[in-house]
Design a protein. Sequence first.
Length: 262
Amino acid sequence: MANRSPRADYDAIAPLYDLGPGRARMADPELLAFIEQRASSDALSLLDISCGTGNQLVANRRAAPHAKMVGIDRSLGMLRQAWPKARDINWLQADAAALPFPALSFDFISCQFAFHHFQAKADMLREAFRVLRPGGCFLLRNLCPQESSDWLYYEYFPQAEVTDLKDFWPPDAITAVMEGSGFTAVTVVYEHRRSEQNLSTWIDIVRRRHICSQLLAISDAAYEAGVSRLQRDLEERTAPQLRADHICLLTIRSEKPSQNSP
């Protein structure tokens, strides 16, 4: 199971993962729309690829209480955190580029904030298409570094931007492989999140390096240099203490043609 880049040792950080910001999840609005279109969730089969500690599937369970749900992840440590949250969900250790399921197994497949970790990205997308049923939906969400050049993490830790631009495919590269694999109705939606960041609060988050794969993916020297610069800005007041911040998130939605499609 080598289909993951060495950005982070998720087995090691698994017990602390849910302590990071942004880990809480609500039922996926795309899943809610899919269920509404189907008029029932009773017979649905859902797969979350690289489910991590399972928060998204657990939230989705409330929207689809009778659906069959499966979460896969390469990290056994993350799966061990997921299992006690919902024991009626099948948590499996598996490679996203070689899914251990027959073709046409799932109605709704999602991959949330994990695509950049995969080394065999095209294989993962082709596998998602293979196990998706006709008329099913595949959803991919991730950070879009190509649209996030003014993110504070990139300002203080520029090596993180360089690394992300290597690991995160541009949206057009993702959609090209998806369409080449057979996906249709591929749509791309950008979500620009703008906020203000208090540097004195943010430095406490940055010092918890284990909660951010951007910080884990860079060298120790690059990380320490960014923290030192941030500390210096706070002590010397050389930068505004309240800073504008911006990050862009990406949602790519697609379908598998139904059997009666022309």
